[in-house]
Design a protein around this ligand. Structure first.
Ligand code: SF4
Ligand code: SF4
Length: 189
C-alpha cells in the first residue's frame, strides 16, 4: 500500500490575520440581529415554557394506549419486546393464574409493562409490529428524571401518558396501503 503525502497549503498573510473569518462571523451576527431586533422575528424561544411544534409523524416517546372503552389494548404478545433493538421493553405476562384481560376478544394483558426511556432510541419498531395498535410513539421529546429508576416507565404511567386511541383499525389501514401498492407504477424492463 502506497502512502501519498499531501502538502498543506500555507495560509496567506491575509488569512493569518483572521480578518476573513471575523468578517464572515460578523455577517452572520448582523443577519440574526436584523431579523430579531429590527424585523421582530425572535430566533430563540422561552424553553421549556414554549415548546417546539413537532412535525406530523414525529417519533417521540412510545406509550401504551387504551381503546375507546378505556380498556388496555395490549394483549401481552411480547412482539414489541422481541423486536426492540436496544431491549428497552420488558413485559411480564400474566401467567396461567394471572388476571384476565379487561376487554372482550383479548385473552390476556400484561401484568407489567416497562419501557426504559434511557435505552429507547425512538425507532418505532414496537409501534410497527404491534398487532393491536396498543403502542404509539407520541410527540414527547423532553423526558427528564432525577434517577435511572425514574426513567423506567411502568404500565400505569405508560397507559396514563398514552391516553385513549379509539377507532384505530390497523388491518384496515394496512389493507388500504396494500391496495395502493397494487396500482404503484412498476415498469418491467
Ligand atoms: S421505539 Fe424502538 S427502541 Fe423504543 S421501545 Fe420501541 S422498539 Fe424499543
Ligand atoms: S404493545 Fe403490542 S406488540 Fe407489545 S406486547 Fe402489547 S400487543 Fe404485543
Amino acid at each position: 500500500m502506497s502512502t501519498k503525502i499531501v502538502d498543506r497549503k500555507p495560509l496567506s498573510f491575509f488569512e493569518n490575520s483572521y480578518l476573513p473569518t471575523l468578517v464572515s462571523g460578523l455577517k452572520v451576527t448582523w443577519k440574526h440581529f436584523k431579523k430579531s431586533a429590527i424585523q421582530g422575528k425572535p430566533l430563540t424561544m422561552e424553553y421549556p415554557e414554549q415548546k417546539w411544534v413537532v412535525p406530523q409523524g414525529y417519533r417521540g416517546a412510545p406509550y401504551l394506549v387504551k381503546d375507546q372503552d378505556n380498556n388496555t389494548k395490549c394483549v401481552s404478545c411480547q412482539l414489541c419486546e422481541f423486536v426492540c433493538p436496544p431491549k428497552a421493553i420488558r413485559i411480564t405476562p400474566p401467567g396461567p393464574n394471572g388476571a384476565p384481560a379487561d376487554r372482550k376478544n383479548a385473552e390476556k394483558s400484561p401484568a407489567e409493562f416497562e419501557i426504559n426511556m434511557l435505552r429507547c432510541i425512538f425507532c418505532g419498531l414496537c409501534q410497527e409490529v404491534c398487532p393491536e395498535e396498543a403502542i404509539f410513539l407520541q410527540k414527547d421529546y423532553s423526558l427528564t428524571g432525577e434517577s435511572r429508576e425514574e426513567m423506567v416507565y411502568g404500565k400505569a404511567r405508560l397507559l396514563q401518558l398514552g391516553g385513549i386511541h379509539g377507532g384505530i383499525q390497523k388491518w384496515k389501514h394496512k389493507l388500504e396501503e396494500a391496495k395502493e401498492q397494487e396500482v404503484f407504477p412498476v415498469h418491467a424492463e
